[in-house]
Design a protein around this ligand. Structure first.
Ligand code: CP
Length: 305
């Protein structure tokens, strides 16, 4: 089945093929031949959680490939989920209308549940704090493009690593490469879970944890800032306590490597001072732009094209 639910089972060959396809699409995405590749397909994008980048870049990717798009935003209220329809029944219905289905949902593993109800390819656009596979792949694409390699890199993740589905999707991808060391800089309330640590250990990824951003910055090739995920907290008070623990500020640029890159899946709240946006190391808007090529490559992958 050509569902893309997580990055857990990707082989290095599959990942490299998707990245290479994305690279080729980056220079050909406006070609007439590209715009015919999915001209007989309809893609459904159904988002039960808010999104700017993921929904619109998946839709752009589909449109650039010539597919037609049907779309539901705010699906918790505006689809029949509001009346109590299950995710399985929603998936069954969508498979009557569309050739592939992109789903974002707040509940971990709900997209996997949906995939069991249909043979129509389902692409997970983020399921709670579990996985965000297309984001992981576009992040890998960005690192490769910016650094020219995916081996021998020191990568630091800063902020809410506990709730980061993007991090969960990146861990299996990093394990396909050598010489990658990870450092997690987070407030004590948002450190890695036991499951995340086990996943890193089982996948032989070298990592350490700290709460000192300034000490971590000088050796980092990639500084990956993560928003504190307000929507995953039980109360606003708990979120307020930790929300601004780590903010990347202009003075931090002085201790960073000249060729380091700053990434962020976005949306940014306070994690990166806006004055950093003009520094050449700020890669987060370039990263968001790469989403279209990688998501185009993913559509072609699920259709075996
Ligand atoms: N990176 C990301 O998932 O952004 P959106 O929530 O805007 O889709």
């Amino acid at each position: 089945m050509n569902h893309i639910l997580s990055t857990n089972k990707f082989t290095k060959d599959q990942v490299e093929s998707i990245l290479a396809r994305a690279h080729s699409l980056e220079s050909s995405y406006k070609d007439e031949s590209t715009s015919k590749l999915l001209s007989d397909k309809v893609i459904a994008c159904v988002f039960f959680e808010p999104s700017t980048r993921t929904r619109l870049s998946f839709e752009t990717a589909a449109l650039r490939l010539g597919a037609k798009v049907i779309s539901v935003e705010n699906a918790m209220e505006s689809s029949s989920a509001y009346k109590g329809e299950t995710i399985e029944d929603t998936a069954r219905m969508l498979s009557c209308y569309a050739d592939a289905i992109v789903i974002r949902h707040p509940t971990p593993f709900s997209v996997e549940k949906a995939s069991k109800a249909t043979e129509t390819p389902i692409l997970n656009a983020g399921d709670g704090a579990n996985q965000h596979p297309s984001q992981g792949l576009l992040d890998l694409y960005t690192i490769q493009k910016e650094h020219g390699k995916l081996n021998d890199l020191n990568i630091i993740f800063v902020g809410d690593v506990l709730h980061s589905r993007t991090l969960n999707s990146l861990i299996p991808l990093f394990s396909l490469y050598s010489g990658i060391t990870l450092e997690f800089v987070s407030p004590k309330e948002l450190v890695l879970s036991a499951e995340q640590k086990k996943e890193l250990t089982d996948r032989n990824i070298s990592f350490k944890e700290s709460d000192n951003l300034v000490e971590a910055l000088p050796s980092a090739d990639v500084i990956y800032m993560i928003r504190v995920q307000k929507e995953r907290f039980a109360s606003e008070g708990e979120y307020d306590k930790v929300k601004d623990t780590f903010i990347l500020k202009p003075e931090h640029l002085n201790v960073m490597k000249e060729d380091a890159i700053i990434m962020h899946p976005l949306p940014r709240i306070n994690e990166i001072d806006q004055s950093i946006d003009t520094d050449k190391r700020a890669a987060y808007f370039r990263q968001a732009g790469n989403a279209v090529y990688v998501r185009m490559a993913l559509f072609l992958h699920v259709f075996n094209l």
